[in-house]
Structures are given as C-alpha cells and as structure tokens.
Design a protein around this ligand. Structure first.
Ligand SMILES: [Zn+2]
Length: 304
C-alpha cells in the first residue's frame, strides 16, 4: 500500500488555481501554483532559466485570466518584444489546460549576458485575448509593456485597458541547476460597488503583507496562503487542477495538410520532410508512406 502521507503531500502540491469572492462581494481574487506546469513547459521546449521563468509567468497570467471565464472558454497572453525574447505566448482554458512557447530574437544578446531582467523582453507589447462562447469575434486588448516583467504589465493592462482596479503578483524561482522550482501567482480585483476607501485599505494591507517577504509558503496549501494574504473573509468559488496540456495530434496535423496542394505534399514526400512539430508543446509527429498516400488520396477525392 502506498504511503498515505506521500499521496496527501502530492495532492497538496498539485498545480492548482483557487478563486475566491470576499464575503461582502467587493473583491474577487485567485491564487495559482503552476510549478509542475512550468517545469513541464521548460522540459518540453528545452529552455534555460530565464526563458523558462518568463514562460512560467505568461502561463500563470493566461491561467489567471481564463479562471474568470466559463466552461471551456480560453484566454491567450501574447507578448512581443525586442529583447532576448521576441515572443512569449501562453494559452489557458478555464478548465485548467495550459500551453505555451517562447521565441528568441535572432540578434538578441546571449542568455548569459542578460544582467537586467528588463532586457529579457525589452520594449514591446502585451496582448490579451479571450475566446468566448457567445461571441463570434475574439475579444482582445493591447498595451505597451511598462516594466516587461509580465506581472506589472498585466496589472497595468487591467487597470488601464479594462479599468478594473487590479493587483497582480508573480513569483518564479529556479534551483541550482536552473530548473523551475517554484512558480506562484496571485490576482485581486475590485468588483462594482467597492468604494475607493475600501479598495485603498485592502490593497495597502496586501502590499504590506507581501513586503514582509515570501508571499507563497510551499509548506502550506493554496487556501492557507490565500488566508494569509487576504485581509477579509471569503468563500471559495472554484478550485481546479492546472496542467500543461496541448490538444494537438497527428490527426489534426494531417487534417490541416489536406488544405495544401498535392504538389506540395509530393515535394515533402520526395524530400523526406516527414516531421511535424507542434510549436505550442514541441511534440514531434512523423508521417510514414501510408500517411502521405492517404493525404494525397483525400486531396484528390476533394477535387472531384
Ligand atoms: Zn501540441
């Protein structure tokens, strides 16, 4: 029989996002632990410390936004910059699936030469997109990066672009080998009906608490951490596991190839270009002779 304590501790350390509503309904907040998700992303994309840290933050951001949506609605956080990284992309569904990737600037300084974290993204833009059920069009907004650390930029986005008083905190740490060892985040937003004085008092109390040091204690559960940070009573409105998960499949890739020209497919086959790579999760798929034949047959049948 497995050690019960071991199972319990695994459960406690499971990546999770918990959303709460203050008792007086003037604030909503969410806290996330996505350490394993971030580590999986780092491992899949074979990233060193700094890019992995920024991808962890972006995935946290998209998960925090998606958490306020419904069902399988999704949120995308897409950051472009002129620093070490040209792109950081993260996408999360409300049900806890998260995927993402980074791209490097061709002329960027080497990771080892990055001294100032501001230069990881440099000057750039942050775009928030929500993919909602009841709207045919995507709903998105864009701002210029103000601090290029993702947390402050997303906070600024909510305050300015969506005019929702918001505070966001992200904390990502790596171990001596450069692997993600801790990745936690927190968001609090004022709801309609919240008076300015109350808002000021609550945000100040949280800020004072956070200035004392670690905002997230790994020996405690997320609920306990929320209790420590929040200066009011609350009820939990959702509690969901978070995972790195991509819905790509070889089948979906081959379906997309059916839109190509037969000539292109034949060229790929001749040149033995049989590798398909998902940019979101770095999964590699390989086409065999039978796959090529099948794709060509389907394209031919569509033409008739
Ligand atoms: Zn994928």
């Amino acid at each position: 029989m497995k050690n019960i304590e071991e199972i319990k501790s695994k459960f406690k350390n499971r990546d999770r996002i918990i959303r709460i509503l203050s008792e007086n309904q003037h604030f909503r907040a969410a806290m996330i632990r996505n350490t394993n998700t971030a580590l999986t992303a780092q491992d899949r994309h074979k990233l060193s410390e700094i890019p992995a840290n920024f991808l962890a933050r972006a995935m946290m951001g998209s998960a925090l936004i998606a958490n306020f949506l419904k069902g399988e609605e999704r949120a995308i956080l897409h950051i472009t910059g002129n620093g070490l990284l040209s792109q950081v992309y993260a996408e999360s569904s409300q049900i806890g699936e998260t995927r993402g990737y980074v791209e490097f600037n061709q002329n960027a300084p080497k990771v080892a030469q990055i001294k100032d974290m501001d230069n990881v993204l440099g000057i750039g833009l942050l775009k928030v997109t929500r993919i909602l059920y009841d709207q045919a069009k995507q709903n998105s907004g864009i701002i210029e990066l103000i601090k290029s650390d993702i947390a402050s930029d997303l906070e600024y986005y909510f305050n300015k672009s969506e005019q929702i008083p918001t505070a966001i905190l992200m904390e990502v740490e790596t171990d001596s080998e450069g692997s993600i060892s801790k990745s936690n985040g927190f968001i609090i937003q004022a709801m309609p009906g919240c008076k300015h004085e109350e808002l000021k008092e609550v945000f100040e109390k949280i800020e004072n608490h956070l200035q004392l040091g670690n905002f997230f204690d790994d020996t405690l559960s997320i609920e306990e951490n929320l209790k420590n940070v929040l200066p009011f009573d609350f009820t939990i409105s959702s509690n969901l596991p978070i995972d790195f998960y991509c819905r790509c499949s070889k089948d979906n890739f081959t379906k997309a190839m059916i839109t190509l020209d037969i000539k292109e497919i034949e060229e790929m086959r001749e040149q033995n270009q049989n590798e398909l790579i998902c940019k979101y999760c770095n999964e590699h798929y390989y086409l065999d002779e039978a796959d090529f034949t099948k794709i060509i047959e389907i394209i031919k049948s569509q033409k008739n």
